[in-house]
Design a protein around this ligand. Structure first.
Ligand SMILES: [Zn+2]
Ligand SMILES: [Zn+2]
Length: 267
């Protein structure tokens, strides 16, 4: 497979390594393209770029030049649904990390207990209602962020191999998630197969679930493989499994971005 990753975090947001350490790792691993995707600034959130994107843009642009003969480097952004939009990145990953209740943002991927408490406090203990609100937001993520890539589609499943919070087989959950896929397929944005939670030891399979991946394929959507890397050791973690999963779900090609265009590699 052509080795690329477009979902990469550095010390400038919540990653462990500097951008240059990640570039060197990617070169070592024989990557064709490395796309950085810092978390867009979100007021009061220390896992995001702070206070703005200036230092990040400058850092990546210098590395692009320095390593241009060795690897193609892209300066993207992981645009959170609730942060302000900014133009001028090589690509945009649109992600929903929170569910909004009133003026409060509830993180869906921080700790399982936060999600459980929120379901009890704001959704009368009904996890389906929480899931419905999450997928309603996700269905609007391309429209709202201008995303080229849809990030970790069913992120609310992050802790579900450890603790049962949602029931993906319930009628409400199925309908909400499937409607989101159908809506998003009509935008033409790429869906990412994200191995991030596998690298953290939380999941044994990537996002999205097999059921949703099959639906994406049926609806004519395309996929791209990303590691959501926060640690250079895991830059291509689970890529073989992700590829096998894509094949199993019916995909015959994987997308990658290069020189400002979407390309496809047969699988
Ligand atoms: Zn994310
Ligand atoms: Zn990320």
């Amino acid at each position: 497979m052509i080795k690329c990753n477009y979902h990469t975090h550095t010390v400038l947001c919540d990653g462990k390594d500097t951008a240059e350490e990640l570039v060197l790792e990617a070169i070592e691993k024989g990557f064709k393209v490395l796309g950085f995707s810092a978390h867009s600034p979100l007021s009061g959130e220390d896992w995001c770029l702070m206070p703005d994107t200036k230092e990040y843009r400058k850092t990546i642009s210098e590395l692009k030049e320095k390593y241009k003969d060795k690897i193609e480097i892209l300066c993207g952004i992981e645009q959170d649904y609730y942060s302000e939009k900014e133009e001028g990145f090589d690509f945009v990953i649109g992600s929903v990390h929170c569910v909004k209740v009133g003026d409060k943002l509830i993180a869906v991927d921080d700790k399982a207990q936060i999600v459980i408490d929120a379901i009890n406090e704001h959704f009368q203990g009904d996890s389906d209602s929480f899931a419905k609100e999450y997928f309603r937001t996700v269905s609007d993520v391309v429209n709202n962020t201008g995303a080229d890539i849809i990030g970790h589609l069913d992120l609310i499943e992050k802790f579900c191999e450890q603790v049962s919070i949602f029931n993906p087989d319930s009628e409400v959950y199925k309908k909400a998630s499937e409607e989101a896929v159908q809506e998003l397929c009509s935008t033409g944005a790429l869906f990412e197969i994200n191995t991030g939670a596998m690298a953290r030891g939380l999941r044994t399979t990537p996002y999205p679930s097999k059921r949703l991946l099959k639906l994406i394929h049926t609806c004519g959507g395309d996929v791209i493989i990303n590691s959501d890397c926060h640690d250079k050791r895991y830059l291509d973690y689970g890529f073989e499994e992700a590829l096998a999963l894509a094949k199993e779900c019916g995909f015959e090609r994987i997308a990658y971005l290069s020189k400002g265009k979407i390309e496809f590699a047969e699988i």
